[in-house]
Ligand binder design. Sequence first.
Ligand SMILES: [Zn+2]
Length: 437
Amino acid sequence: MNYEPVIGLEVHVELNTKSKMFCRCSADYFGAEPNTHTCPVCLGLPGALPYINKAAIEDCMKIGLALNCQISEVSRFERKNYFYPDLSKGYQISQYRWPLCINGQLVLDNGQVIRINRAHQEEDTGKLSHVSGSTLIDFNRSGVPLVEIVTEPDFRDVESVRDYAKKLQQLFRYLGVSNADMERGDMRLEANISVRVKREGESGKELPNYRVELKNINSFRFMVAAIEYEIKRQIAAIEKGEKLSQETRGWDADKKCSYLQRSKEEAHDYRYFPEPDLPELSLQSSAISLQQIKDEMPELPWEKKERFQKQYKLSISQATILTESIKLADFFENTVKLGIDAIQIANFIINKKINIEEVLPTQVIEDIKAKKVGIIDSEEELTKLAEQSIAENEKSAADYRAGKEAALQAVIGGVMKLSLGKADVSKVKPLLEKLLK
Ligand SMILES: [Zn+2]
């Protein structure tokens, strides 16, 4: 039997706004003493009232616009109710029925279009650490703005998932909305995976009647390993005639296997209802100008990549590497502005793995100029060439010695010819003058 996986991805990204989503606490909590970035709102104390962080909403809109989403005229916050110790209020303020951004898409390198169901705004939870038999809670992260981006189940292979996730990470950094550092938990992935028999013509029509949710994957490498493992596990189960069911699984990076966290019977009913303490978000009546955000959108990574190919005649791989970060792309363009062929500069930056933190564009130009002619400027090599040229141009050398200055040109020309044009002319003349004294 030929099987094909059906995969959807949920990406959580923590925004790097100054303050938290619904209070004025600093959202820059990384490495801070536990529970020092808290207030009655993000601790969920009775009577505390949330208010909306405008910058976070604008960032969410930027993400939505970049992903070709529709920005909802009216969206709402809702309470997602569940009990967990890291959730001080007993509910998370999220968006469910009325998300801020809907119906987007992202085109992958292989040309496949991934449909994006939504990009909505929510808040992060606190953090638990389990220390020798007890559990500690740090609420510094509680209430930090989080955007969740959900795709339709459009992925059919793990490579596409990786490409998509990497594109999102690059996008967040281009937009400046998040550092998207996976190790620090700025960006977290969840994959919904099921497997079906691949049939000609029917592909993509019918979704399997179950899906397995892989939770909180914090590196691209783990994501690839976890999805590959899960696809194999599911195919093996189907082959054995087992019935797969809706469940949530975690990834054990040490044992390199997924493990059951929750089965369908225990699945949560979140009892969503509109957050009564927050107004609806209306584009009409809010202080946010969608037009202004559109006007201020930076060039997106895939737009930059295409422009680099067209404008500088770079290959896809050159353009891909040079647009990996805005910093590198800017460095490249600043160097091109100083002259010299763009392709030569691209090759030099890529092949030499130039560290743009340590080098200036002008230095790159100088290095290329030096390298371009592959200049031979060592005394030893030049002397060898000069002696050979003198031997080959015996008459001219003799004429020069006899006082005929112009005869030196022929000997210089001989050195250039022998060096295939690579000898440093400025050094050749004085060297010959010395040798022919
Ligand atoms: Zn707070």
